[in-house]
Design a protein around this ligand. Structure first.
Ligand SMILES: Nc1ncnc2c1ncn2[C@@H]1O[C@H](COP(=O)(O)OP(=O)(O)OP(=O)(O)O)[C@@H](O)[C@H]1O
Ligand SMILES: [Mg+2]
Length: 284
């Protein structure tokens, strides 16, 4: 059965989509079957995985918009949901297993606003927060990992993810603004845990865009180390051109080492930490 994990922080620009993409690609490179949901209308991770051209072709008919729209219109067709999934190697030539993507669209924004108006189905079992589970849940068994990339907010769509995940990861920049989002996520999750049969496990905090020379980053890092000790991933992602250029989608495939360049090892080690944390009973 897949391990299902949500990548979340209520702060924007902290590396959620980059981490989702890096984790998925490294896991797929080692042969793991990965299913990624881009739940953010900004569609950043969809573009990372597909490149602009392929994403433009998919948007909006082969995206999550179709699935959520059908739900709003009271239609239910599970096979149709699976039709939106896109199998992709991105622009990487040596993945042992392609990544399967449920892509996003800016239209997901309007859908999110309409979701509270959704009519509950028979017996009130169909609600706006269990759409992903009902439409895709049985398909999860075909994967090793399911990853949800969330928007920097906690609306009904990311709630879909948190309610069915086994675990969550919080990426953050080591500065005061970004880390202030951590406590809000923890508080929200503890509320969500009341509605779950088993606890949503906190796998840890991943420091992104780390600058070794920055005294702010090092001060905040020390504070985080004291406050969250074992939940801090040992491996950090440094700020680098290599990472910011992951969005340059080439027409000719590169090996994953060429694509990730100097950042490859960080993502590889983070993926190892992720799988080992996911496999143990508690991360704390
Ligand atoms: N380690 C890094 N080094 C350099 N640039 C980075 C790094 N990590 C992320 N970036 C860049 O920072 C920007 C924000 O990153 P990303 O999109 O992953 O954040 P996010 O948390 O998903 O943002 P949002 O909340 O808007 O969805 C992107 O342009 C990305 O390329
Ligand atoms: Mg993002």
């Amino acid at each position: 059965m897949a391990h299902v994990s949500t990548i979340i922080n209520l702060k924007g620009g902290v590396g959620k989509s980059t981490l989702t993409y890096g984790l998925a690609m490294v896991l797929a490179h080692s042969g793991k079957r990965v299913l990624v949901f881009d739940l953010d209308p900004q569609s950043n991770s969809s573009v990372l995985f597909l490149g602009n051209q392929r994403w433009n072709e998919a948007n909006p008919t082969q995206t999550l918009v179709e699935v959520f729209k059908n739900e709003l219109e009271g239609k239910f067709d599970e096979n149709k949901s699976l039709d939106i999934l896109i199998s992709t190697n991105g622009d990487i030539s040596d993945l042992r297993s392609p990544v399967t993507l449920a892509a996003s669209s800016p239209q997901l924004m309007d859908i999110q606003e309409r979701l509270p108006l959704m009519r509950p189905g028979d017996y009130f079992l169909e609600t706006p927060v269990n759409i992903i589970q009902r439409r895709f849940g049985t398909h999860f068994m075909n994967f090793d990992y399911v990853l949800f990339d969330c928007p920097p907010s906690l609306g009904l769509i990311p709630m879909n993810a948190l309610l069915i995940s086994d675990s969550y990861i919080i990426p953050t920049i080591a500065d005061r603004v970004s880390t202030s989002g951590i406590e809000s996520v923890l508080a929200r999750v503890s509320k969500i845990n009341r509605f779950r049969s088993h606890e949503l496990r906190f796998l840890g905090i991943v420091i992104s865009k780390y600058r070794e020379q920055s005294s702010m980053h090092n001060t905040v890092l020390r504070e985080l180390n004291t406050k969250y000790t074992a939940t801090l991933f040992r491996q950090r992602i440094a700020e680098s051109n290599a990472v910011s250029e992951l969005g340059n989608f080439r027409d000719i495939g590169l090996t994953i080492r060429q694509k990730f360049s100097s950042a490859f090892d960080s993502f590889r080690i983070i993926a190892e930490e992720f799988t080992s944390r996911a496999g143990i009973e508690t991360a704390k």
